[in-house]
Design a protein around this ligand. Structure first.
Ligand code: MG
Length: 237
């Protein structure tokens, strides 16, 4: 049987790849940060493509607070609680990006494809966001990696592969992994580890910017037929 070894791991970024939360994330941050840190959030670091640990680190530093494990843990817990409290509002104000539901459902029907996420969100916030939009059923969070697993996004590729290898009891070659994301950071995480990447220009970065970051496959939106072709093409590289 070679079926197992041919398993492809498809790892989706969440924000601006699967969904848009349209300001809800920032609202939660503005509520939670002063509660935990004791200072108002004067400025928010750039968040696109970054892990939550990295965002927290910079947010704390820029407010003259020493980043500690303890603060990271408290901020993570408060963020999860904050997102849980606004899950209904998130579902109402935010949206699933065009093509996403079809793309996820289409791949879910294929036994050689296994879908998870590779996201800068913490595991708990990722779960809350995906559940709010009903996207969790096609995504295996036990073969995924999150922004509270490691500060550096490329490290998340290894973490997700290790989790998938444990789950399937067989190693997952890195060239059998594809990341789908909307930022140069997603592209870099893939290229620096040997994973494949499909970039989608549904965030703040244009097709040209994503090509310039090194992605060989960039889609303007997640049109299911184009996505399928892109997937075939990255795995035949
Ligand atoms: Mg994103």
């Amino acid at each position: 049987m070679t079926g197992k070894t041919r398993k492809r791991l498809v790892l989706w970024d969440i924000d601006r790849t699967l969904i848009e939360s349209r300001g809800v994330g920032r609202m939660v941050y503005e509520r939670v940060f002063p509660e935990v840190v004791g200072k108002p959030l004067r400025e928010m670091p750039l968040v696109h493509g970054r892990t939550e640990l990295d965002i927290m680190y910079e947010a704390l530093r820029s407010h003259d607070v020493e980043p500690t494990e303890h603060l990271f843990r408290r901020l993570s817990a408060a963020l999860a609680e904050g997102f849980r409290a606004v899950a209904d509002e998130l579902a109402e104000r935010g949206r699933v990006l065009p093509g996403v539901r079809n793309a996820l459902a289409g791949l879910a029907a294929e036994p050689t494809m296994h879908q998870g996420v590779l996201t800068g969100n913490t595991a708990e916030v990722a779960r809350i966001k995906l559940e709010a939009f009903g996207l969790d059923r096609h995504l295996d969070l036990s073969t995924s990696a999150f922004g509270d697993d490691h500060r550096e996004r490329p490290e998340l590729v290894t973490i997700a592969r290790e989790r998938a290898a444990r789950r399937f009891r067989t190693p997952i070659p890195v060239e059998h992994v594809v990341l789908i994301g909307d930022t140069p950071a997603d592209v870099h995480a893939a290229l620096s580890t040997g994973a494949r990447v499909i970039a989608v220009a549904t965030g703040v970065y244009s097709v040209d910017e994503l090509l310039a970051a090194g992605a060989s496959s960039v889609l303007e939106t997640l049109t299911p037929s184009r996505f399928r072709r892109a997937l075939e093409s990255v795995f035949s590289e």
